[in-house]
Design a protein around this ligand. Structure first.
Ligand code: C2E
Ligand code: CA
Ligand code: CA
Length: 810
């Protein structure tokens, strides 16, 4: 049979001479064998099959034939190979297979399982080497080892079964889960240990028992094992212990269920997937009603009471934009229609980058907290007695009203109301009644005020209404009348009907230019005083004239402060004549102010300003000092005036000044005037204001030796009997009685009565404002002790007065 050159078989056939052997028994097998076949004789390669050539990396026979076999064996493996070959002492003897490292023609190492067979080549002994490439089988082995390691170390239990369900593999994780060791279970039916299993090809959660009887919840999958031909060889069970997870889940569910915080899980489709009981309670619906539905229909509003559109809800922020929202306060209608305030947090459950996201919504009830802070806010902004706006809120309302003016004919009116004689009501009926009256007044004002108007109480019996309802003077007048008439109706408290009137001042502005809330309030206050001045129970509009007066008042206050230590201020003395002797017994110190620009300013104008601004304290001290110094000087320098006394007016503010008594004694000490030469004049109204304190201070002054008299007697409400409580020694009948006594019989009777009663109480009586001789004659006839008036001497500079003082008796 012809053979191609280069193929070993023809060569062999030819050379062996027994071709039929080779052809029949060997050739085909050798050619097709996946194993390499190499024949060497005397150490020289004489034959290699195609697989042998391929393993050795030879392109053709000549790369191998004739070469030493040793050149193809790794040097370390040569010795053992030689030993094995030597042991093959007869034809057909076999050694191996053994793993050996072989070399290719270009010296690359490869591993092979080598089997050597002693054979005959050309009638002589030769060695046939069978090489099985170990590369593939080694990677398979590595894979197996890798798998075995996996099986040993995975946390899932892996249990392999044979065809009849007996355990063949039971890895350490299975030992850990079930408590059975591998050696206890291998070879035994798996159902003895695991109980039930899901059907082959499926997985599921099953409840097993451990070796010690405790329950195990496991997720188990069963898959069939088949051989290459597809025949079943067994099954593999993979199981993971879910006991802890299940417990954690149960615990988590219990925690969530017991939370006060409502929790809703909302799916990506906007439908609620789960709720806890708190959420059911806070949403006012049952789980059945909530789960599966959206929350879109639940109406919520923000803290300002504005309904929250879907786009602005926390859940939308999280589901659409993946944002987390913390503690947003929203309101919803709670049970009985009361608002329920919730602090809502929302976050995406999973952020897979693709909106809408599922969302976890949690919310707590903050109604109580919110109400408490609302109450705090209310307390901070409202008058506790009447619940009306307090001063700062009222001022804010005026500010808001000013900035809301558009200049298109709209206007802002501020009405300042002050109850008439409320102090008398309060003092005579008690504060409890007074409070009740204030509450009724507040309610009436609220009722009468317009819907957008703000009604505030500044304190005491002062109320303010800020209104946009009046556009012009008529409207403002109408508003003030309406507010006042709401108060004229008698107020019923404790079975009594009390009528309180009110005086009101109104200020109306049509443009905001330059006004502050304080300005308007002050102007309304000024107008209110004007109303009081004009006889109470009426209202006055703050107009240009009043504004001019108010501006002048402010200017005077400023100028007075600057004038304190200047000679713009000086003391005039007006003589007081003793009708029994006809001599000047005393002078009254009267403050004068020569304003550098405005000229003479009456004390009737600047004294009240000094009182309001507090300037009266330094001013009063200065008057006292100058008056006492002057009198002391006169007494020292003129024998005729050695007994001269001085009368100084005290203001209400001075009477409540804790430094008064100390100040008076210090002035006396400084000027050297004896205390008994000083008379302090106190008006009736000052005694009415704070009787207890007045008595206390007057007692102290008396103890120092200073004399006290009641000024302007008859203008107040006090009776003579009332005056007995005070340590006074004289009273000055007001000018108004004197000026009319000669033509008004009533006034003459009053003066007569006052004189009689006063003398009965041991009081000296001084008549003020005596301008006419007939007044003087009448007073003398009635037994009046002293007179003071233009008739006997005008208030004058001390230097101008001296001649009058020294004048002999008239
Ligand atoms: P007053 O204490 O009743 O003083 C008497 C006022 O009557 C003085 O007005 C005086 O000039 C005026 N007068 C005296 N005789 C006559 C008269 O015959 N006819 C008329 N028509 N008036 C007469 P004045 O000086 O303008 O003082 C007004 C008020 O200012 C005083 O009333 C007093 O209450 C207050 N005042 C004046 N000086 C002082 C002061 O130094 N301290 C305090 N606290 N008040 C003062
Ligand atoms: Ca006086
Ligand atoms: Ca007087």
């Amino acid at each position: 049979m012809p053979q191609e050159q280069g193929s070993p078989q023809p060569t062999a056939t030819d050379e062996i001479g027994t071709p039929s052997d080779l052809v029949d028994r060997y050739r085909l097998l050798a050619e097709l064998s996946p194993d390499g076949l190499i024949v060497h004789q005397d150490g020289v390669i004489v034959y290699a099959n195609p697989a042998g050539l391929r393993l050795a990396g030879a392109a053709q026979d000549s790369d191998l034939l004739g070469k030493s076999i040793i050149g193809f064996v790794h040097s370390d493996d040569i010795g053992p190979m030689m030993a094995r070959l030597a042991a093959l002492d007869r034809d057909g003897a076999v050694s191996g297979p053994v793993d050996a490292r072989m070399l290719t023609v270009d010296g690359r190492e490869f591993a092979a399982a080598v089997t050597s067979v002693r054979t005959t080549w050309r009638g002589r002994p030769a060695m046939q080497v069978i090489l099985r490439d170990l590369h593939d089988s080694m990677t398979a082995k590595a894979a197996l080892q890798y798998q075995a390691a996996l099986v040993a170390h995975v946390s899932d239990g892996i249990i392999a079964l044979d065809r009849v369900g007996q355990v063949t593999t039971w890895n350490p994780a299975a030992e850990a889960i079930y408590g059975w060791a591998a050696h206890e279970v291998v070879g035994r039916p798996v159902l003895q240990f695991l109980g039930s299993l899901p059907p082959v090809g499926q997985s599921g959660q099953v409840h097993h028992q451990r070796r010690d009887g405790t329950p195990v919840t496991a997720r188990v999958s069963v898959s069939e094992l088949r051989d290459l031909g597809g025949g079943p060889t067994g099954a593999v069970i993979v199981c993971s212990d879910e006991t802890a997870k299940l417990k954690a889940e149960q615990r988590y569910a219990a925690v969530v269920a017991s939370l006060q915080e409502g929790i809703c899980v909302i799916g990506a489709d906007g439908r609620v997937e789960s709720v806890n009981p708190a959420a059911e309670r806070l949403l006012g619906a049952s789980r059945e009603q909530i789960v599966g539905a959206t929350l879109d229909h639940v109406q919520i509003w923000d803290e300002a009471g504005r309904p929250l559109p879907m786009a602005e809800r926390p859940s939308t922020e999280s589901s659409q934009y993946g944002r987390t929202v913390h503690g947003r306060i929203v309101g919803r209608r709670g049970p009985e229609g009361l608002p329920l305030w919730l602090s809502v947090s929302s976050r995406p459950l999973i952020d897979n980058g693709e909106s809408p996201f599922p969302v976890v919504l949690s919310f707590t009830d903050v109604t109580e907290r919110k109400n408490a802070s609302a109450a705090l806010l209310h307390a901070a902004t409202h008058d506790p007695l009447t619940s009306l706006a307090n001063r700062s809120v009222t001022l804010n309302a005026i500010d808001d009203g000013l900035s809301a003016l558009r200049g298109d004919g709209d206007a802002l009116a501020v009405v300042f109301l002050d109850l008439d004689h409320f102090k008398v009501v309060n003092d005579s009926l008690g504060h409890g009644m007074g409070d009740q009256i204030l509450r009724v007044v507040a309610n009436r004002l609220r009722r009468v005020a317009g819907p957008g108007d703000v009604v505030g109480r500044l304190g005491g019996d002062e109320f303010v209404v800020v209104s946009h309802s009046a556009c012009d003077v008529d409207g403002a007048n109408e508003l003030a009348s309406r507010l006042r008439s709401a108060l004229t109706e008698p107020i019923e408290v404790m079975d009594r009907h009390i009528v309180v009137g009110a005086s009101a001042g109104v200020v109306l502005v049509t443009d905001a230019a330059g006004w502050s809330a304080e300005d308007l309030l002050r102007d309304a206050d000024v107008a209110m005083y004007q109303a009081k001045d004009h006889g109470r129970d009426r209202h006055e509009l703050f107009d240009a004239e009043l504004r001019a007066r108010a501006v002048r008042r402010l200017q005077l206050e400023e100028d007075l402060r600057a004038a304190l230590d200047t000679d713009q201020l000086w003391i005039a003395h007006q003589p007081v004549i003793d009708l029994h002797t006809g001599r000047v017994i005393s002078t009254e110190a009267l403050l004068r102010w020569n304003h550098p620009e405005l000229g003479f300013i009456s004390p009737a104008e600047f004294i009240p300003i000094a009182e309001e601004s507090g300037l009266i304290l330094p001013l009063g001290l200065r008057v006292l000092e100058d008056a006492c110094a002057q009198t002391a000087l006169w007494r020292r320098t003129h024998d005729e005036l050695a007994e001269l006394t001085i009368a100084v007016n005290l203001s209400a503010r001075q009477l409540t000044d804790p430094c008064l008594v100390g100040g008076v004694t210090a002035v006396l000490a400084r000027t050297g005037l004896p205390a008994e030469a000083l008379w302090l004049e106190i008006t009736e109204s000052m005694l009415m204001a704070d009787t207890e304190n007045a008595i206390h201070v007057m007692d102290e002054l008396r103890r120092c030796g200073v004399h006290l008299s009641i000024d302007d007697f008859g203008t107040g409400y006090s009776s003579l009997a009332y005056l007995r409580r005070f340590p006074v020694e004289a009273l000055k009948i007001d000018r108004s009685f004197i000026s009319s006594m000669h033509d008004d019989q009533d006034d003459a009777v009053i003066v007569d009565t006052v004189l009689t009663l006063a003398h009965g109480l041991g009081l000296r009586v001084v008549a003020e404002g005596v301008e006419l001789q007939e007044q003087l004659d009448k007073l003398r006839a009635l037994g009046c002790d002293e007179v003071q008036g233009y008739l006997t001497g005008r208030p004058s500079r001390a230097s101008d007065l001296l001649p009058t003082l020294l004048l002999p008796c008239s």
